[in-house]
Ligand binder design. Structure first.
Ligand SMILES: NC(=O)c1ccc[n+]([C@@H]2O[C@H](COP(=O)([O-])OP(=O)(O)OC[C@H]3O[C@@H](n4cnc5c(N)ncnc54)[C@H](O)[C@@H]3O)[C@@H](O)[C@H]2O)c1
Length: 297
């Protein structure tokens, strides 16, 4: 029997300002705006690009942020714990997850790579994390999935959460595995997951494709906040994308979250279209160059 879980806590996000400054640093969540607190939120991949956004901007979302990565990251500040850990090390991951209420799972190889590398970090690492979470009684995981699970759909095709997965790379396959593992752990154990199919989360969109796929850091953080604070999410697939004019992805099924992206790639369109000719390699497919590339040895 599938189970659902009540949340033990959550956060309220600072009210987002409306445009026009998608790059400005959103103020940290003010403590007086935090409605309910989770005690300890584990953030894997905390040394990476998205991990750094989280560390800067999600302070206050939990009493303690436990930040982990396989590489050294800067020492713990107030309300932080820092643990160095290889997600492929099962025993170490069991220790890492202990006493955490929720997990934001960003740690992974985040681009195409050879299978052996992906096997360790993305397949084994994600399995170890879910097993440790199950044993430790963690209630909710936010899994950084990727648009590359659907990257072989043609550009322009509108997709929702039910779209067939068409991974464009071994990396995309590793994220399909993570989504399926999350499904299994919800159906079997009631461990909730939001699988965020993140588009392209950078300070600014960098190319034509990102005019459709860009997720601003501010929208990324507000999406995480909504997922953490929602009373129940079950197994939820979401597209992590800002309010771009030509987006290919719909989150119509997840309106209950009340998440409204504030940013759009439009202010960057003119400059990008001027500097980049149409029809770059792989651009017939939503995964862009990932779809065009071969398999790495
Ligand atoms: N940035 C984006 O636009 C985007 C798009 C789609 C999906 N994602 C996903 O979001 C997550 C974060 O992305 P990012 O851009 O910050 O990537 P990133 O490469 O900057 O960060 C990933 C972090 O994971 C860590 N890591 C790798 N292998 C590990 C292991 N075995 N054990 C522990 N830590 C390990 C790395 O050291 C790194 O700090 C990734 O899972 C990525 O696949 C990101």
């Amino acid at each position: 029997m599938p189970k659902t879980c009540d949340r033990r806590g959550g956060v309220a996000l600072a009210a987002s300002r409306l445009r026009p400054s998608p790059n400005s640093i959103e103020p940290r969540i003010a403590l007086n705006e935090v409605r309910r607190m989770i005690k300890r939120l584990l953030v894997t991949g905390a040394g990476g690009g998205l991990g750094r956004y989280v560390r800067e901007r999600l302070k206050g979302s939990a009493e303690i942020l436990r930040l982990t990565d396989i590489v050294d990251i800067s020492p713990a500040g107030r309300g932080e714990e820092v643990v160095r850990c290889d997600l492929a090390d099962r025993k170490a991951v069991e220790e890492l997850v202990r006493d955490c209420d929720a997990i934001l799972h960003l740690g992974a190889i985040s681009v195409e790579a050879n299978f052996d590398a992906l096997l360790q970090a993305n397949f084994l690492g994600t399995y170890n994390l879910y097993e440790a979470a199950r044993k430790a009684g963690v209630r909710r995981i936010i899994f950084a999935s990727s648009n590359h699970v659907i990257g072989f759909h043609p550009v322009g095709e509108r997709l929702d959460e039910k779209a067939e997965r068409r991974p464009d790379s071994l990396y995309g396959v590793s994220k399909c595995f993570g989504e399926d593992l999350a499904r299994l752990y919800f159906d079997k154990f009631g461990l909730e997951t939001a699988c965020l199919r993140i588009g392209s989360c950078f300070d600014e969109p960098k190319d034509r494709r990102m005019l459709s796929t860009w997720l601003s850091p501010r929208d990324f953080i507000s999406l995480i906040g909504r997922v953490i604070e929602a009373p129940a999410i079950g197994h939820l697939v979401l597209y992590g994308v800002s309010a771009n004019r030509d987006t290919w992805w719909s989150n119509g099924h997840a309106e209950f979250l009340g998440w409204k992206p504030q940013d759009t790639s439009e202010p960057y369109r003119e400059a990008i279209e001027q500097r980049e000719p149409e029809g770059a390699a792989g651009s017939d497919y939503q995964g862009g160059r990932f779809a065009a590339a071969g398999i790495l040895d």
